[in-house]
Design a protein around this ligand. Structure first.
Ligand code: ACO
Length: 323
């Protein structure tokens, strides 16, 4: 018997305010056409003043609990993947724990920027397969609008705010690829690429900062590394791209998503795409896409999925799971 971390519920939350590309035309030398053509983004959501990452995360978590038919009392742990926590400490995760009314278990944040949800799922999987916990709430939540330089047209048009949440629960499997749940994980990072994607401020440097990015460089690394990590995760269990029902990629740029699918030998019919509606929501993008993909009727019980993401660090990885 093999213990598997199986999806028991999924949900998401997007802030009310929707900002179309045309809004940026008022203050920047940019256009709806440029943003659509270069990124695939048409609109994004921005959090209201005073609305924090833990607020978005709590609403997504509640939606996942409702989907699973569970209550906060049923959870043993809660992980939030974020680079935009409300405060330096305590963690966003403990804030969500309190907002949900969850008094037991433990909560902590994972910070791997846009790859954060993949890293958080890997952590949750390790806690479950080692028998330490039965049920984990895994959340990706961000308010990237707080770290935008609104005068930099090459970055501020690309990002959005939101949250997605998934409940993983221990179930017994047979140990083969027919099992539901997480089947394989691949994680990577290389800190030598710090300068191509970073925030130029933080607590230990006594500064507040904004996101800085060498878009072309990140783009180049993204397609190569995303296809490679997906192939590695699939290869670990004797599978390849052709075995997959759905790629659920980090939603940064439609051209990266298309390039990665092409490299994996899959058509866009096998890809869940939400970047047009959400922009790049960093660690929130994969759980948002999973939740929307399920609601659209794309992702069904038994489907084989690969999720892959890359972000600041660089940090990148993928998770193969059967829904
Ligand atoms: N509107 C109009 N023109 C613009 C804009 C804009 N919003 N932004 C940049 N431009 C201009 C540039 O200044 C440049 O002008 P120039 O030729 O006169 O110098 C021109 O458009 C072309 O710029 P490029 O950077 O060459 O455009 P590119 O096709 O590479 O697209 C983009 C830029 C969209 C940023 C792309 O490189 C990209 O998506 N990169 C990856 C970004 C990404 O995925 N980040 C995710 C990781 S996120 C995380 O971890 C937080």
């Amino acid at each position: 018997m093999t213990k598997r971390a199986v999806v028991a519920g999924i949900g998401h939350y997007l802030p009310e305010r929707v900002v179309p590309n045309s809004e940026f035309e008022k203050s920047l030398d940019t256009s709806d056409e440029w943003i659509r053509a270069r990124s695939g983004i048409e609109r994004r959501h921005f959090a209201a003043e005073g609305q924090t990452t833990s607020n978005l995360a709590t609403q997504a978590a509640q939606a996942a609990l409702d989907d699973a038919g569970l209550t906060p009392d049923d959870l043993d742990a809660l992980i939030v993947a974020t680079s935009t926590a409300d405060l330096t400490f305590p963690s966003a995760a403990t804030m969500v724990q309190a907002q949900l009314g969850m008094r037991q278990g433990f909560a902590f944040d994972v910070q791997a920027v846009c790859a954060g949800f993949v890293f958080a799922m890997a952590n949750a999987n390790a806690l479950i397969v080692s028998g330490q916990v039965k049920r984990v709430m895994v959340i990706g939540a961000e308010t990237f609008s707080r770290i935008m330089d609104w005068t930099d047209r090459s970055t501020c048009v690309l990002f959005g705010d939101g949250a997605g949440a998934m409940i993983l629960e221990a179930q017994d499997g047979t140990g083969d690829n027919a099992d539901r749940g997480i089947l394989s994980v691949d994680l990577n990072s290389d800190g030598n690429y710090r300068d191509i994607l970073y925030v130029d401020g933080g607590v230990s440097t006594n500064t507040t900062g904004y996101l800085r990015m060498e878009g072309k460089e990140v783009f180049r690394h993204a397609i190569e590394k995303l296809a490679a990590t997906a192939a590695t995760a699939l290869g670990k269990i004797g599978l390849s791209g052709s075995d997959i029902d759905w790629i659920v990629p980090h939603q940064a740029n439609i051209r990266i998503i298309q390039g990665t699918a092409r490299k994996m030998g899959l058509s866009m019919d096998n890809v869940v795409v939400t970047v047009q509606d959400h922009g790049n929501t960093s660690a929130a993008s994969i759980p948002l896409a999973l939740s929307v993909g399920k609601a659209r009727g794309q992702i069904k019980t038994g489907d084989l999925l690969v999720t892959e993401a890359i972000g600041g660090g660089l940090a990148w990885g993928s998770v193969v799971l059967r829904w």
